[in-house]
Structures are given as C-alpha cells and as structure tokens.
Design a protein around this ligand. Structure first.
Ligand code: HH2
Length: 276
C-alpha cells in the first residue's frame, strides 16, 4: 500500500504536499556547485540557508556523478562528507540524506546522524541493501543505465518509461525482500539517457505512480535543460523551474533541487492549482 509519510529518524515527513530536497555537494567537481562547499563550515552555512529557504531535507554528496566524472575512494568520500553530516545532524532540525552508493560510506554517515539514504545505483550492491535495512532508513532507489564515466556514450531503450519503471519495481522488491521498509523511487533524469529520454520520462512521469512508492525527481540545472535552451549551467534556473513544476504536476512527491527558494515557490503554485 502507498504510504503518506516518510519516517526519517525522529522526523516524520508528510507526503500531503511535494517535498523539497536541497542539494549540498561537498565535492571539488560537481557540475553546478563543485568546489563551493568543500570547507565544512561553508557547507553547514549553505545547508542552513537551504533550510531557511524552505528545504524539507538536505541531501549531502561527496562524489560527483556528472557524466564523465571519476569515482572517489571510500576514504576520500568519507573525509568530505563525514564531518558535514555529523555537524548538520546536530545543528539542523530537518532530516539529512547521504547520497552515496558505497556501503561503508553509507554505514558511517547513517551512524553519524543521516536518516535517509540516496543510492544512484539503485541498491544494486547487496551490502548496500543490508546497510539500508539495518539502519531502517528511507532509501532512494535511482535508475541509471551504465556508469557515470560512460553513461552518456550511447543510451538506448525500447520504451524508456516501461524499462525504467520495470527496473525500479524489481529493485524495490529486492530491497523489501532484504528488509528495507521504506523505498523511494527515482527515474534518474540524466543518468544514461538522451535529452529525448529525459523529456519523455518527465512527460509520462505519472505512470510511475502506478508503483506503490513515493517518487523523487532531480532535474535541477541538468544538461538536458542546457541542451534545449543553450543556457550555461549557472543560468538554468528558468528551465529548472519549468521542469520541476511539470514533475510535481505529473506526480513527483519530492524534488531534488539546488535553488530551494525559487523551486519552493514554483511547487507551491503547482500544488495550489492542482487543489483548486
Ligand atoms: N542527481 C545527481 C546526484 N544525485 N540523486 C538522485 N536520487 N536523483 C538525481 O537526479 C540525482 C542524484 C546529480 O546532480 P548534482 O548532485 O547536482 O551533481 P553532481 O553529481 O555533479 O554532484
């Protein structure tokens, strides 16, 4: 049965409205905010700002997954995100999610106070399923075709929506069988997909609501917006607002965004129109 809340430690998030997940990348090379928040003090300051602007939760990442990016070691990833997670969990009154596909990083960050797990590899690794189940945290299962290093080389699907949906349904069932009690699904906009695939996923997003899991979408500042509009990465807010609004209109329960204040306003308007 479809849930109407997400339980992140002591925080209960209601899905009565679409939630805003603020992005905090503690990396030197993320595609839009790389290098800005590598310093733990700066990262905490930015997270506070996102919460003040209306973020319902903060997603912290220590490895860029932009097309062509290199993987980082568990040790380096943990050095980046560990102190930030610990500090945010103590200082902020919203849930902190850790964006990683590495079991040791996930395990440590969940011990340090993160209460949600975001895995861009969709819990492919059994050890990741075990960590998610043991900590009993809501876990995002995202779809990606290939690996970040090569995923944009030649993305190919029959029907992208049904393939991504079948994948997410299967991975969600595998996770549940391993003891993960709260699964969130994400079609993975930009992860091994052409611009046309991404637009089709957003247009037919409502089909994912057939699955009994909350739906997360991340399209903020992504390269598809640049490909369509010609806008460089620091000038994609208008395109981001349009895509985010459509995602919410078409059934996203949560949106992962960099520009919290602006996206929150867009989401509020979509919800008011939907409810009118
Ligand atoms: N997108 C990015 C990273 N993590 N997680 C989920 N669940 N869904 C997404 O769409 C998603 C994600 C990529 O964006 P960003 O974190 O801004 O960039 P980078 O990977 O370069 O750090």
């Amino acid at each position: 049965m479809r849930t109407n809340t997400i339980q992140c430690g002591r925080h209960t998030l209601s899905l009565e409205r679409s939630l805003i997940m603020g992005v905090l990348n503690v990396t030197p090379d993320s595609f839009s905010d790389g290098g800005l928040f590598l310093d733990a003090g700066r990262a905490v300051e930015q997270a506070r700002r996102l919460v003040d602007e209306g973020a319902d939760l903060i997603d912290v990442g220590g490895e860029s997954s932009r097309p062509g990016s290199d993987a980082v070691s568990e040790e380096d990833e943990l050095k980046r995100v560990g102190p930030v997670i610990e500090s945010l969990a103590a200082k902020l009154d919203v849930p902190i999610s850790i964006d990683t596909y590495k079991p040791a990083t996930a395990d440590r960050c969940l011990a340090l106070g993160a209460t949600m797990l975001n895995d861009i590899t969709g819990l492919r690794d059994a050890a990741m399923r075990e960590v998610a189940a043991r900590h009993d945290v809501p876990t995002v299962i995202m779809h990606m075709q290939g690996e970040p290093k090569t995923m944009q080389a030649e993305p190919s699907y029959g029907d992208v929506v049904s393939e991504v949906k079948d994948f997410l349904g299967q991975r969600a069932r595998d996770a549940e069988a391993a003891g993960v009690r709260q699964v969130i699904i994400d079609p993975g906009i930009g992860f091994g997909k052409t611009v046309a695939h991404n637009m089709t996923l957003l247009k037919r997003l409502a089909e994912f609501n057939d699955l009994p899991y909350p739906l997360l979408v991340g399209v903020s500042r992504k390269s598809s917006i640049g490909a369509i509009t010609g806008a460089p990465v620091d000038d994609r807010l208008p395109g981001t607002l349009a895509a985010t609004a459509i995602a919410v209109l078409n059934g996203a329960n949560m949106v992962r965004v960099h520009d919290v204040k602006e996206c929150k306003q867009a989401v509020q308007i979509v919800e008011a129109i939907r409810k009118a």
